[in-house]
Design a protein. Structure first.
Lengths: 327, 156
């Protein structure tokens, strides 16, 4: 497989990268580790004539308990003992992204912005041309839910659900300057598999910021996939909780791998604060999360199975988070 | 037309310089331009690990690495890992343990195992299994590959 020709730009500062992206708007993509973008380019999916490599920008690097640069490699985050000790859920999730070889190049920023996925999108040009193209690339209709308005491609990042329950923020640079937003606000809850982010054209993810409050939270991440060595999530559940004398002091829960964006369920977890979390209460929460999610048949496992697994994985994630907190 | 600028890097310990288009991936540069065909093209999409090479000592999928981004770096392929005479300890262990059948995935496994043992000279069985989980073998069932890496690490 060969890549279509493109011009490669190698800015050395965030401002230069953002300026280039602004000038080339609509005709360029940023490339971080390349492990998500380049397979899509090889399949001739939404290829652009310019690529802006983020490799040479020092500001996008660096790891501490408070800040992780967007270009930090997943493998380096995985092997960072200090990060794993304080954020075990982050270590869980990072270590479950694809394979060690992918994590060696893949970055945390890339995983947060990973392209949404669908049976009818992640296919070769030949395959897609045979069936007829889809809304997300080259076509005007959806093959999953036949209509012409909305794309159902699934958000398939593993790191986002954990960073969501840790209240992470992301730093975004754009032509008009910098802004810092809650991670949840990076994703467009009113969008779809195509309009999935709130980033304006030319905006660049610079870093993830972890607030002080994240340090005491014992988060866990549970991932459902067919082949444990490398598949994208069919479902990913992150839970972070604090317990005080057997009662819930705070709890957050987020789910990825099911809909077009990773979703946090504060409206379901907030009422549990102050409660002793009985098995019945956990089951009630798990069922409530399950009822809110609407998987469609665009990944390997059947939607009904994935929905039923929501209930199971929510229970397992809570049990693990609780166990960790008691340590 | 995108420019075919000169690209220079260290390849298996020696400096190389050649023209390279921006859209060339390292795998194609190695196999087609430099005729180093030990690095294999498997899935070409980052799933199988057949194309693994070391970039500054780090195991890397050459099929998903833009060649221009290895400018100034050190790339080691299976040809470079193989000593001038004989075999490396990992290679010898693969031969002795029958860890290679059709052989197509073997260069990728040797690269991954070599990087593992450099970083962690005495890996546990679980660490070995995890380290090679991005390399697919359709023949061996992995048991002999794991045995070979354990032997190369001096575990047997």
């Amino acid at each position: 497989m060969h890549l279509d020709p493109f011009e490669l730009h190698r800015p050395t500062t965030v401002e230069e990268a953002v300026g280039l992206a602004h000038d080339l708007a609509g005709r360029t993509d940023f490339v971080a580790g390349g492990t998500d973008l380049l397979p899509n380019y090889k399949m001739h999916l939404n290829v652009r004539p310019h690529l802006i490599a983020l490799e040479d920008i020092p500001e996008l690097r660096g790891r501490s308990l408070a800040r992780i640069g967007a270009m930090e490699r997943l493998a380096d985050i995985e092997s960072d003992a200090a990060l794993a000790r304080v954020y075990p859920g982050l270590a869980d999730a990072v270590g479950e992204v694809a394979t060690p070889l992918v994590r060696s190049s893949g970055t945390v920023g890339g995983n947060l912005l990973v392209e949404t996925r669908c049976f009818f999108f992640n296919q070769s040009l030949f395959w897609r041309s045979s069936l007829g193209y889809c809304l997300k690339a080259d076509g005007d209709k959806c093959h999953v839910v036949p209509q012409k308005e909305r794309c159902y491609a699934t958000f398939s990042g593993d790191v986002a659900p954990v960073l969501l329950v840790l209240d992470a923020e992301v730093e975004v640079a754009g032509p008009s300057g910098r802004r810092r937003i809650p991670l949840a606000a990076l994703y467009d809850a009113t969008g779809d598999g195509i309009r999935r982010l709130t980033l304006a054209p030319g905006e660049l993810l610079v870093a993830v910021h972890l607030p002080e409050g994240a340090r005491g939270r014992r988060a866990r991440y549970k991932k459902l996939r067919v082949r444990p060595s490398y598949d994208f999530p069919e479902l990913g559940v992150a839970v972070a909780g604090r317990w005080d004398a057997g009662r819930v002091a705070s709890m957050h829960l987020a789910v990825g791998g099911v809909e077009t964006y990773p979703r946090r369920f504060d409206e379901l977890t907030a009422p549990l604060e102050g409660c002793a979390l009985s098995d019945t209460a956990v089951r009630g929460l798990a069922e409530a999360v399950m009822r809110k999610l609407r998987p469609v048949h665009n990944t390997f496992l059947l939607p009904d199975y994935r929905r039923r697994m929501v209930e199971v994985y929510v229970r397992r994630a809570i049990a693990e988070a609780r166990e960790g907190a008691a340590e | 037309m995108p420019s075919r600028d000169a690209l220079s890097f260290r390849l298996n310990g020696h400096p190389v310089e050649l023209a390279c288009e921006p859209a060339r991936v390292l795998l194609d540069l190695l196999r087609e331009d430099l005729r180093l065909t030990g690095t294999k093209r498997g899935c070409d999409l980052g799933t199988c690990g057949c194309c693994a090479v070391l970039v500054d000592g780090r195991p890397t999928l050459s099929c998903l690495t833009l060649a221009r981004l290895v400018e100034g770096r050190a790339v080691d392929t299976i040809e470079g890992i193989t000593p001038a005479q004989g075999l490396s300890p990992v290679q010898r262990a693969f031969v002795e343990h029958g860890a290679t059948q059709c052989g197509f995935c073997t260069p990728g496994f040797i690269v991954t195992a070599t990087a593992l043992l450099r970083a962690n000279p005495s890996p546990s069985r679980a660490e070995i299994e995890r380290a090679i989980s991005g390399n697919l073998c359709r023949c061996t069932g992995y048991a002999k590959i794991i045995e070979a890496i354990r032997a190369a690490a001096g575990a047997d």
